[in-house]
Design a protein around this ligand. Structure first.
Ligand code: WQD
Length: 336
């Protein structure tokens, strides 16, 4: 079955491409390469030993997307395309509302016109805002603290409204925790432009010698070592979660919303230590003030995903670090 994979050239998209191909689906990438690299396509081809199907364009172009859906006889859509930098969303909110919400509306209209009603959507644990307790379950109240998070929340609501109006739609909402790591081949991975916003790529660049030291944002949180605690999940586990979500929709036909996390929290300092062990390199760090908007701890109750999808994350923190290091050390300049 042909599956449209929007944002398929990105970090999570490229790993999801491999998981879909591995499971016997034929992924067709749609990407505008606004925050991804064409070089990833050759890497995907090298790993799968198959030609990569890619349509370059924008999900905001509804008529074009409808054409692709028809031409490629698409049986389901995995929608990852979108902007994802929290800080940028505060500075440029309209960009986020247009690309993320407008992009989802446009894609859904194209799907409706083409008669495709199966959608896996990339949401985020950010929809839980500052949770009252951990682990976080799907029924927890949702809120947002920045425009990026708001777009995920609005799209979730939009999907629910569509599903109420048209119960024939099958929709899986996947709430990601903190995706890290890279494919075991070392050929694909995260390639952030400029200074990384996120912890793991920043640590990898310190280990590589590209940056002098990590700033650890806050050491006075109510956590075991005072630093922030997150549910880091290997991107290949996350990718397999998409395949499990898609299969559940196609086989059981019931819409669902699940967390994709490991259920384990690791602190910033634990990640630093694990990365040093995996890379054999020192990771210098300095404590710095808390980052505005950060919460003390965030980790998933992943039991619903296991119950509904038969999926659970299996790759531990040391593997996340080893794979991230393999990618970073083999590709010091990413795909460039
Ligand atoms: C993790 C921990 C930081 C960088 C963000 C988005 C979220 C989601 C995933 C998409 C925190 C600390 C970080 C650094 C540090 N995105 N840190 N020094 O903030 O949990 O989640 O990415 O949906 O919406 O907010 O991830 O990797 O930025 O931070 O000390 O240089 O590492 O303070 O405790 P976060 P992160």
């Amino acid at each position: 079955m042909n599956i449209l994979l929007t944002g398929g050239a990105g970090y999570i998209g490229s790993h999801t491409y491999l998981a879909l191909a591995e499971a016997g689906y034929t992924p067709v990438i749609v990407d505008n390469f606004s925050n991804s690299h064409r070089g990833v396509l050759q890497r995907l081809q090298a790993i799968t030993e198959r030609p990569v199907l890619c349509e370059e364009g924008d999900v905001l172009d509804t008529a074009w997307v409808e054409g692709v859906l028809r031409k490629r006889r698409i049986g389901g859509v995995v929608h990852l395309a979108g902007d994802k930098a929290v800080g940028e969303s505060v500075a440029k909110p309209l960009k986020y509302y247009r690309n993320n919400i407008g992009g989802a509306v446009s894609l859904l209209e194209a799907m409706q016109a083409a008669g495709c009603e199966v959608m896996v959507f990339s949401s985020s644990a950010t929809v839980y805002g500052d949770p009252a307790s951990v682990p976080i379950a799907e029924h927890f109240p949702r809120s947002h603290t920045n425009p990026y998070g708001h777009t995920k929340l609005v799209i979730e609501d939009m999907l629910a409204a569509l599903n109420t109006a048209q119960p024939s739609w099958k929709i899986a909402v996947l709430r990601y925790f903190n995706p890290v790591g890279a494919h075991a081949s070392g050929l694909i991975g995260e390639d952030p432009s400029g200074i990384p916003n996120n912890l793991m790529p920043f640590i990898a660049q310190v280990a590589l010698g590209k940056r002098a030291h990590l700033q650890v944002f806050g050491n006075d949180y109510a956590t075991p070592d005072g630093t922030g605690v997150r549910d880091f999940i290997h991107v290949s586990d996350l990718a397999e979660g998409h395949v499990a979500g898609l299969k559940a929709l196609l086989e059981r036909g019931e819409s669902l919303t699940v967390n994709l996390g490991t259920g384990r929290g690791h602190s910033v300092l634990e990640v630093v230590k694990a990365f040093e062990a995996a890379s054999g390199r020192p990771v210098a760090y300095q404590f710095a003030p808390r980052r505005p908007g950060d919460i003390a701890q965030c980790y998933a109750d992943p039991s619903l995903a296991e119950q509904l999808l038969g999926w659970r994350a299996s790759r531990p923190l040391d593997q996340m670090c080893a794979d991230s290091w393999r990618w970073q050390s083999k590709n010091p300049d990413g795909y460039r």
